[in-house]
Design a protein around this ligand. Structure first.
Ligand code: SF4
Length: 745
């Protein structure tokens, strides 16, 4: 048996795993006791990883060779790698020649490794000359990015997991940590055992497992987070719980915010948020944590937050308003204190670091900054990086639906399930003239729309790096050979790029200012080293983190060349990466969600994760035991709503929004407040078609790659595409719907 140290491919906790293999078979997995993210622990998903990589599952779910679909709706036929990539290069070159560089787009994924991400970003912005490269991290973390940049000056989470053990108050907002980040939740449970005086406040419209464990659950009305945070600051100011010295020495913009929160009197905020005024004051007291026995005059408060803040039309302001509280109370820069965004995907952070989104650039540079663009162009050896902002995720599919985007390359993500407003997304995929899907799994709904399917390696088969929520970079290592003709994502992208580069040079359309190819990389390590060069002198400088160093242990950035260690916490000195070194208060106005409830659509629909499933179930859906927790999709409603609609558990209902309708079982749940409903994000078309998503033995042979595109059946048939103006993250957690028994007209 061989043992290979690697990283779990699911959530942003970034747990270390030890893969056990024999020959080309993965036979087991266990937690890595030496990995500082998890110290040997794994959750239900991580501990069943080996069951997702058996020979039977591979044969039933994996894309094993390149396939071409001669016409939409036709069954895809095998094609060799060389012919497939020549075809792709021809089609992309022709599209660029006919319609310009912005007529093509790349939609990639927080599941990719940093090295994969780097090549796609350079391919789009450097070689092609379009900023139309965005990631499904747009659905996940872009509001956190904007929140950090607006307030602290850089997209750098200042905290680490060890802070959980140091905190006196944990303020958890918009995060069902128990389900979405289970190993972080175990640390919270440990902290509570070690310190019975620990206070836990949870802000969530739902009474989740995390909320049920809290000392104080603020079950706010959906979307009212900014009002709550401003109300907390109002109380802190009134009570004298802010830190005037810190505000004066290390921040700017407080006067405008102070004027703003004057309007957020506790009584008004409590009414708007639907909570008790006394609970609001208690939360403010525990957050401020005044304690004369502590060296800083107050005990530390750590906030942790996730999609409940991010997936919102005011997601950036929700993030900023929470960070305002930390700055106003000096709850930052010391053990146990600070704003700590939890990342959803395993490598959303890595994508942010290489700048592989439509508005970002390598090494935390900004696309809007001419000097930043010039630096990246020089590093890459291209004439320039275009200044026109690229299309974000929602905009990219809307452009394709409108006929403005002619060729689309999708890698390692399933927009035909995960994007909001599926009717538009599917219209886009049908209208787009050339769709490439680079995927490990043949079972995703998106595969059904591909003109060209390119098989990629996945967990256990590929090598590179990922960064977790606490800025810790871990190695991902291959334990077994790739199945069939599957290739690494970076290698597919680089091979395609070289072929496209040759065509652009031949036609005089090359943007390179160097003779050599822009994509000479022979290995993931070579890409990593080029990425490191782009970070030198930046806030995330990883000049000192070569693969040899990372072989020894996972490491947190920054880690410049010559440094002996990374930094577990940032901003201890109160100096921020802004022009004047001061953090910026953001004058956060409260904005209600984009879509209101009304007489026709009287429920607010929320979406989210379950404990034992991951995203669209390409991987977890192959493990029968993971359906033991929740076996099938359901819409959860308060028992009073069930009674009013004369529904019993299991009755089929149709849930309808302004964009679509789906039918599924109803389920009573006291976690839901009246007039609120919840549907898990994991199930897609398959729960109607049986093409994918259940245990492997229930799947149709060939999965969705063989399926004809159809009407969306997952929850994103209902969700809306409205997005935050600053972060462009869509409001996946708030749509107005009506619910009626399915057998009634
Ligand atoms: Fe994997 Fe996240 Fe579970 Fe850790 S907590 S084992 S990273 S899914």
């Amino acid at each position: 048996m061989t043992e290979t140290r690697s990283t779990c491919p699911y959530c942003g906790v970034g747990c270390g795993v030890i893969i056990e293999s024999a020959g080309d078979a993965i036979t087991g997995v266990r937690g890595d006791p030496d990995h500082p993210a998890n110290f040997g622990r794994l959750c239900s998903k991580g501990s069943t990883l080996h069951l997702t990589a058996t020979r039977e599952v591979t044969l039933q779910t994996r894309l094993l060779q390149p396939m071409q679909r001669a016409a939409r709706g036709a069954t895809p036929q095998p094609i060799g790698w060389d012919a497939a990539l020549e075809l792709a290069a021809d089609r992309f070159a022709a599209t660029i020649a006919a319609h310009g560089a912005d007529a093509v787009g790349f939609y990639i994924s927080g599941q990719l490794l940093t090295e994969d991400y780097y090549v796609f970003n350079k391919l789009a912005k450097g070689l092609v000359g379009t900023n139309n490269v965005d990631s499904n991290s747009r659905l996940c973390m872009s509001s956190a990015v904007a929140g950090y940049k607006m307030t602290l000056g850089a997209d750098a989470p200042p905290c680490c997991y060890d802070d959980i053990a140091h905190a006196s108050t944990l303020f958890i907002a918009g995060s069902n940590t128990a389900y979405a980040h289970p190993i972080v939740f175990r640390r919270i449970e440990d902290a509570r055992r070690a310190n019975p005086a620990l206070k836990i406040v949870v802000v969530d419209p739902r009474r989740t497992e995390t909320a049920a464990s809290a000392d104080l659950h603020l079950a706010i009305a959906p979307g009212t987070d900014v009002a709550l945070f401003n109300g907390l600051l109002h109380v802190m100011l009134w009570e004298g719980w802010t830190d005037a010295a810190y505000i004066a020495a290390h921040t700017s913009g407080f006067d405008a915010l102070k004027a703003r929160v004057r309007d957020f009197a506790p009584k008004d905020v409590a009414r708007l948020c639907g909570i008790d005024e006394a609970d609001l004051v208690q939360a403010a007291r525990w957050f401020a944590n005044i304690d004369a026995t502590q060296p800083a005059g107050r005990a530390p408060t750590l906030s942790m937050y996730c999609q409940g803040l991010n997936q919102s039309t005011s997601g950036s302001l929700k993030n900023a308003a929470l960070i305002n509280l930390h700055l106003a109370t000096a709850q930052i820069g010391r053990p146990g204190a600070g704003p700590f965004s939890l990342t959803g995907q395993p490598n959303a952070m890595g994508g942010r670091e290489v700048g592989a989104m439509a508005n970002l650039l390598s090494g935390h540079r900004d696309l809007a900054d001419a000097r930043d663009r010039d630096e990246v162009a020089r590093l890459w050896g291209v004439v320039d990086v275009p200044s026109t902002p690229g299309l974000s995720a929602v905009e990219m599919f809307e452009a394709a639906a409108d006929g403005a985007l002619h060729a689309l390359w999708i890698a390692c993500t399933n927009p035909a399930q995960s994007m909001p407003d599926q009717a538009t997304v599917r219209r886009a995929l049908e209208r787009c003239e050339f769709v490439v899907v680079q995927e490990a799994f043949a079972t995703t709904a998106t595969c059904g729309y591909a003109d060209l399917l390119l098989p990629a390696t996945t967990w256990g088969e590929k090598s590179g790096t990922v960064t977790n929520s606490e800025r810790r970079i871990s190695r991902v290592r291959a334990a077994v050979a790739a199945p069939g003709a599957a290739r690494d994502d970076w290698a597919i992208a680089a091979d395609f790029a070289r072929r496209l580069e040759a065509r652009l040079r031949a036609s005089g359309g090359s943007r390179a200012v160097v003779e050599r190819s822009l994509f000479e990389h022979a290995s993931a390590e070579a890409i990593w080293n080029e990425h490191r060069e782009t970070t030198r002198g930046r806030d995330l400088d990883i000049g000192g983190l070569d693969y040899a160093r990372l072989e020894r242990e996972p490491a947190q950035w920054p880690w410049p060349a010559g440094a002996g260690a990374g930094r577990s916490r940032l901003y201890a000195d109160g100096i921020y990466p802004t022009a004047d070194g001061r953090a910026r208060f953001v004058d956060a106005a409260y904005e209600p969600p984009a879509e209101r409830r009304d007489a026709r659509f009287p429920f607010v629909l929320n979406t989210g994760r379950l404990r034992d499933q991951w995203h669209g179930m390409s991987r977890t859906g192959t493990v029968a035991r993971l359906f033991g927790h929740v076996p099938e999709p359901a819409v959860e409603m308060n028992p009073s709503d069930m009674q009013r609609l004369r529904l019993a558990d299991g009755d089929l209902v149709t849930v309808t929004s302004r964009r679509g309708a789906i039918t599924l079982a109803a389920q009573a749940s006291v976690a839901q407040a009246p007039a609120q409903a919840f549907i898990a994000m994991h199930w897609g078309d398959e729960f109607l078609s049986g093409a994918a998503g259940g245990p492997a033995e229930t799947r149709a042979p060939g999965g969705a790659a063989d399926a004809r595109p159809g009407r969306a059946a997952g929850v994103n048939a209902l969700t809306q595409p409205a997005f935050c103006a600053r972060s462009k993250q869509p409001e996946l957690k708030h749509a107005a719907v009506r619910i009626a028994r399915a057998d009634l007209p």
